[in-house]
Design a protein around this ligand. Structure first.
Ligand SMILES: C[S@@+](CC[C@H](N)C(=O)[O-])C[C@H]1O[C@@H](n2cnc3c(N)ncnc32)[C@H](O)[C@@H]1O
Length: 212
């Protein structure tokens, strides 16, 4: 398999790079495989606070939806979906797919334009690390992660779950992310999966919102 470089934000997702991203069968396959794995974790009855519902009763948020590969899987699985991304170029290719049963919003994960208590579950596939990647100082990373995880908690319903697949650069990144979600009241932990992607560093955090 061809080894892919670690993507750079925003360069890897604007202009021709956005088109390359959307046209890549490799990318589509990997995003979709990871999304199916995320859905498995959302529905893992061995994790705490699991509540069973029909998928069409649940409103999911896809954070950093890109050109829509993950959202396509969520819709195939009959969830109701809101999809958010910060880059118009990526959303352009999403909109070209004419998937009209998802609400697409141009927005920043760090400034979510969603009212409290609206979302059942959240997935974020290969996007979350970009919210702090340009920050080298732990204090700054910590500030952004804590603020974002609290805002995420507020928009979620009780016992909602979030699965974030991301690419930590170090153990410290994992610690910062876990601590931020725990301080926001999530029961957060990591699942380290064998990745089908070329990157050896694929980790998932699955967390459930508990009222504290
Ligand atoms: C790997 S891509 C998209 C992956 C997506 N799961 C898919 O199926 O295509 C990562 C995306 O994260 C988005 N992103 C990065 N930082 C963001 C932020 N602060 N808020 C919202 N989206 C962001 C990028 O614009 C990019 O589209």
């Amino acid at each position: 398999m061809v080894k892919k470089d670690r993507p750079k934000f925003p360069d890897s997702y604007i202009g021709d790079q956005a088109l390359d991203y959307d046209s890549s069968n490799w990318m589509e396959r990997n995003q979709k495989i990871t999304t199916y794995r995320s859905i498995e974790l959302l529905n893992d009855q061995n994790l705490g606070n699991f509540t069973d519902h029909d998928n069409n009763e649940l409103l999911l948020l896809d954070l950093g939806c890109g050109s829509g590969f993950s959202t396509e899987v969520l819709l195939e699985e009959k969830y109701r979906v809101i999809s958010i991304d910060i880059l118009p170029d990526m959303l352009h290719y999403f909109r070209e797919k004419k998937i009209d049963n998802s609400l697409i919003i141009l927005a920043d994960i760090r400034e979510l334009p969603i009212r409290d208590n609206k979302i059942d579950h959240i997935i974020s596939v290969s996007s979350f690390n970009f919210i702090y990647e340009d920050l080298y100082d732990d204090t700054e990373k910590n500030r952004v992660l804590r603020r974002t995880s609290k805002a995420i908690r507020d928009i979620m319903r009780e016992n909602g779950r979030i699965v974030i697949e991301f690419y930590p650069e170090s153990e410290n990144d994992i610690k910062l992310l876990t601590k931020a979600f725990k301080s926001a009241g999530f029961d957060g932990f990591f699942v380290k999966d064998n990745s089908t992607a070329s990157s050896a560093k694929m980790l998932l955090i699955s967390a459930s919102r508990v009222i504290i």
